[in-house]
Design a protein around this ligand. Structure first.
Ligand code: RP5
Length: 161
């Protein structure tokens, strides 16, 4: 059986960020695949990926890119599978360029846009899991437990460090 979630990124250099999504999916026992798919450098690969995503059984796509980050939006235009966009932090403009490129989609082709960088990638993993959990009770219970554990890890009072 194929993976439930596709994690795609514009470049190898995006992997340290997108890996945060993969780690969360590992923790929650969600299957995923990882691919480098660039809107600008490999447009045919993007087209093929989007065209086959639904038939291959993907249920959510996490797409991360930096700079002129067209990958999530273009993927959303090519498939009805929910696309979760992760703006990768860039050196020149700190990822605000990525954020604006991803979030301002025209009506009709939404991208669920996360925060810039590692936190956004981790949240993309959680968002994908939440989408799958709607129709997967066991996963819903694992996600609830994950959230409960996070809450429990937060101390009530600050300490001097
Ligand atoms: C984008 O350009 C990628 O998503 C990456 O964030 C950025 C830089 O890519 P590299 O030059 O590091 O391959 O397409």
């Amino acid at each position: 059986m194929g993976a439930d979630v596709g994690i795609i990124m514009g470049s190898q250099s995006d992997w340290p960020t997108l890996k945060e999504a993969a780690l969360v999916l590992d923790e929650l026992g969600v299957s995923y695949e990882t691919r480098i798919v660039s809107a600008h450098r490999t447009p045919d690969r993007l087209w093929d990926y989007g065209k086959t995503a639904a038939d291959r059984g993907l249920k959510a796509i996490i797409a991360g890119a930096g700079g002129a980050a067209h990958l999530p939006g273009m993927m959303a235009s090519k498939t009805r599978i929910p696309v979760i966009g992760v703006p990768v932090q860039t050196r020149a403009l700190s990822g605000v360029d990525s954020l604006y490129s991803i979030v301002q989609m025209p009506k009709g082709y939404p991208v669920a846009t996360m925060a810039i960088g590692a936190a956004g990638a981790a949240n993309a993993g959680l968002m994908a899991a939440a989408i799958l959990a709607i129709s997967d009770r066991a996963l819903a219970e694992r996600l609830d437990a994950w959230r409960t554990a996070l809450s429990a890890s937060i101390p009530e009072e600050p300490v001097d460090e």
